[in-house]
Design a protein around this ligand. Structure first.
Ligand SMILES: NC(=O)c1ccc[n+]([C@@H]2O[C@H](COP(=O)([O-])OP(=O)(O)OC[C@H]3O[C@@H](n4cnc5c(N)ncnc54)[C@H](OP(=O)(O)O)[C@@H]3O)[C@@H](O)[C@H]2O)c1
Length: 294
């Protein structure tokens, strides 16, 4: 199995014994279209997960609201009993409507229900890391107290149902508010080569030793598109997606990647991006894409 070097090195979540290879895997693409219902090919989804693990990935990101339930059930089918050293990170704070919509589920009772749903569908007695997905504005971080919700999660942690806590779609003020309630080990927000609103937060969390886990590292539902990115990719003999991932790994040592894919071919391509070294000139060229976009 490749060591951490082949997967971009590793990062230890603060105050924990959890050391994650920086190249991980996001399981959202394993559900059906619009992250709703079952995938067309369940066996292929199982294969992607097993390939990730056998390639050395030890960080899988998921949620019970993918499917809903479907992604966690596929993870369980593919990987249970879980290998020592594998960390499954999940999130709570939303449910799905019958029309595939994403609905806030942010009351303490809904949060507790969601933790139990994750435990049951993943087949676990305790969840490694749970991110509270803030839904004040579903699309981007927005201010507002999260004390009630994070306290509910801290209580579940005290009860031993959760080992560590994180936040998703969070502002710096919310990280500070939550940290006064229980330790925050990671933050999962939208960030990529083009969408860099969180630049300051990435650096702030790096200084605190907290992991920053960008979602939509490849642009998510709208794949990254940039002629500069394509030119750089041609120069370094890699694909644009590989360059986008390598740029994130170069951006800050606290960045952990969870690119999502339903294909073994794309998975292999994404993991190989961890071996791509970008020169300072190339990084300058790529940095300018974000400056233009912002
Ligand atoms: N906290 C949150 O609110 C939140 C929100 C969204 C996502 N997430 C997490 O973040 C993870 C990553 O986000 P994401 O999966 O939505 O977006 P992403 O990683 O930015 O992009 C995934 C898309 O890129 C395609 N893709 C993947 N590898 C590729 C490659 N090498 N070449 C070309 N296309 C490629 C995938 O299609 P194929 O399947 O065809 O490869 C899929 O359409 C998710 O899996 C989920 O765990 C969290």
């Amino acid at each position: 199995m490749p060591d951490a070097t082949a997967l971009g090195g590793s990062f230890t979540l603060p105050g924990t014994t959890i050391t994650l290879n920086r190249m991980g895997y996001g399981a959202m693409q394993l559900a059906g279209p619009n992250v709703f219902g079952p995938p067309k090919d369940r066996a292929a989804a199982v294969e992607v997960l097993q390939e990730a693990i056998s390639s050395g990935v030890n960080h899988i990101d998921t949620s019970d609201f993918y499917g809903p339930h479907v992604t966690n059930q596929i993870i369980r089918e593919a990987l249970h009993p879980y290998r020592d050293g594998l960390t499954v990170v999940t999130k709570v704070g939303a449910v799905r409507g019958d029309d595939a919509s994403w609905l806030p589920a942010q009351s303490p009772a809904e949060i507790r229900q969601s933790v139990h749903d994750n435990l049951r569908n993943l087949g676990l007695d305790a969840l490694d890391v749970v991110n509270f997905r803030i839904m004040g504005d579903i699309h981007k971080p927005s201010e507002g107290s999260i004390a009630e919700q994070f306290t509910a999660l801290a209580e579940l942690r005290q009860q031993g149902l959760i080992r560590h806590l994180g936040l998703s779609n969070a502002t710096a003020a919310q990280v500070e508010e939550a940290s006064a309630i229980a330790p925050v080990v990671c933050v999962q927000n939208q960030y990529n080569l083009v969408q860099r609103e969180d630049d300051a937060l990435v650096d702030h969390l790096a200084a605190k030793g907290i992991a920053y886990v960008p979602f939509f590292p490849l642009g998510g539902f709208t794949p990254l598109q940039s002629s500069t990115l394509e030119e750089v990719a041609a120069q370094v003999e890699a694909t644009p997606m590989q360059v986008a991932l390598a740029w994130l790994l170069h951006r800050s040592p606290n960045i952990l990647l969870i690119p999502g894919t339903s294909s073994v071919g794309h998975l292999r391509e994404n993991l190989a991006a961890a071996s791509l070294t970008l020169s300072s000139e190339t990084l300058d060229t790529l940095n300018a894409i974000g400056s233009l976009a912002n």
